[in-house]
Design a protein around this ligand. Structure first.
Ligand SMILES: *Cc1c(COP(=O)(O)O)cnc(C)c1O
Length: 467
């Protein structure tokens, strides 16, 4: 033990967490009032804390783990690589794992995406796609095309560019003065729309059409999350929406950026969500699941048409001057290659059908509960929206933090979840067994029932977390 830096007791770590760490997306005042859960190791779909307790990782460590923790195949890929070299730059040099991975990504990507540009987070993958789209038009002599169309309640990451095309008020409003303006279309959200799913889809597409009619000469690209808007609360788009967006982009001659950061790598039941509607984008953003949830890596894939516009003489200022120090990091690329090998060996996502159906069946069983307004699912991504008044679809007061309290209550029963407001998010590693998935869903259903029995009030939620 003494040759590792990790020799401190759980109590010391708790103190130091409270003294030295600033956690992402976390109201720190509340954080400091509670004992942090400190993870020490993982195995398959389980996380273990410093006190040896075991939890199901119900959110894939923030939506990125695919094949489980401590997977021998991916471990080996990283160990083999680290014995050779951990990192060398892609600025002016190339590297073995980054080349091999680029080839593999192009092989599995939707047709027409032929070039891979690496970075290290979903936000940077989006940032790069936006800058590429912007410069693409400049390079081909249409520099008036500088604007973007995005969807309301979209989430594309937290850098300033990706916040500019983000539409979640509570995250993005504060930074408004720092962002560039974008055009926003109504969210295609059947639960909150008066009318059928098709009418909801057509309403959003009509809005997009009218924006394009007015502004198309100054639009560089449309950016969307395909099929499902994750951070918005697992909002599943009506069927045909993505296809409709692709057709509009073609009709008005603008680029389409698809942000597969959350949906990519099997999460929706196919390798990439856009395959469900047979749509191929001009630019595609990948991150979260790309390394199986092991190391930070992202990629922006571009079509040859986009890439071609950057091929002129250097003096023509068509070079893409963007890069990060760790772009194409060898360890991260090796992990990604290891993860893709596991996809082949374990036949993911082909084997997900049974689990997707099980999840669907259990969501439908919870749907009649009086606090469940809506259940939504896209493959192995699901959300349960809790409501105060089911008939009127009214939310709980958000300051009561019902979703957070109920997820804390589930933690006592060995399940780690992180809600989005009052939407309980279910996003386990794809490798989860049907037995463990059943166990996970039992904990959720039991907790919701206990909350109802206790009166379904904010007080009841607070009490439950203390049990
Ligand atoms: C998580 C997410 C991002 C941001 O990725 P980071 O790696 O956290 O920067 C971007 N887009 C979508 C759709 C996401 O879900």
């Amino acid at each position: 033990m003494t040759d590792t830096p990790f020799q401190y007791s759980a109590d010391t770590l708790t103190q130091w967490d409270h003294h030295y760490l600033w956690h992402p997306f976390t109201p720190m005042r509340l954080w400091l009032e509670e004992k942090p859960l400190i993870i020490q190791r993982g195995e398959g779909v389980y996380l273990y804390d410093t006190e040896g307790r075991r939890y199901i990782d119900g959110i894939s460590s923030l939506w990125c783990n695919i094949h489980g923790h401590n997977h021998p195949r991916i471990n080996k890929a990283i160990c083999t690589q680290v014995e050779k070299i951990a990192h060398s730059t892609l600025l002016g040099l190339s590297s073995q794992p980054s080349v091999e991975l680029a080839k593999k990504l192009v092989d599995i990507a939707p047709a027409g995406l032929t070039r891979v540009f690496y970075s290290d987070a979903g936000a940077t993958a989006v940032e790069i796609a936006l800058k590429m789209a912007f410069q693409y038009w400049r390079n081909i002599g249409q520099s008036q095309r500088q604007q973007f169309i995005a969807l309301r309640q979209s989430y594309h990451g937290d850098t300033i560019g990706s916040v500019s095309v983000g539409g979640i008020d509570i995250f993005h409003r504060i930074f408004g003065p720092l962002t560039f303006a974008a055009h926003f279309c109504d969210l295609p959200h059947p639960y909150r729309f008066e009318g059928s799913a098709q009418e909801c889809r057509d309403h959003s597409l009509e809005q997009m059409r009218s924006l394009l009619q007015t502004y198309h000469k100054s639009i560089a690209a449309i950016i969307v999350e395909p099929l499902v808007q994750g951070a918005a609360g697992i909002i599943v788009h009506p069927q045909g929406f993505l296809d409709g967006v692709r057709k509009l982009a073609d009709e008005f001659g603008v680029l389409l950026i698809i942000d597969e950061v959350a949906t990519g790598f099997g999460r929706t039941g196919k390798m990439f969500a856009c395959e469900h509607e047979d749509v191929a984008p001009d630019l595609m953003c990948l991150a979260k699941g790309i390394t199986g949830g092991y190391l930070p890596l992202a990629a922006t894939l571009a079509s040859e048409k986009v890439f071609d516009a950057f091929l002129r003489e250097p003096s023509a200022e068509t070079t893409f001057y963007h890069g990060h120090t760790y772009t194409g990091n060898a360890l991260a690329c090796a992990a990604a290659l290891g993860s893709l090998a596991v996809f082949e060996e374990e036949k993911t996502p082909a084997g997900l059908d049974v689990k997707i159906k099980l999840l669907n069946k259990r969501l439908n069983r919870m749907k009649p509960l009086r606090i469940v307004g809506d259940v939504r699912q896209c493959g192995m991504m699901a959300g349960i929206e809790l409501v105060d008044n089911k008939d009127q679809k009214t939310s709980f007061d958000y300051t009561a933090r019902i979703g957070a309290h109920l997820c804390q209550a589930m933690r006592q029963r060995g399940l780690i979840l992180r809600p989005l407001g009052d939407v309980i998010v279910i996003m386990p590693p794809l490798v989860i067994s049907t037995e463990t998935l059943t166990e996970l869903l039992d904990v959720i259903e039991d907790t919701l029932n206990a909350f109802i029995r206790a009166g379904a009030t904010p007080d009841a939620a607070r009490q439950l977390r203390l049990c």
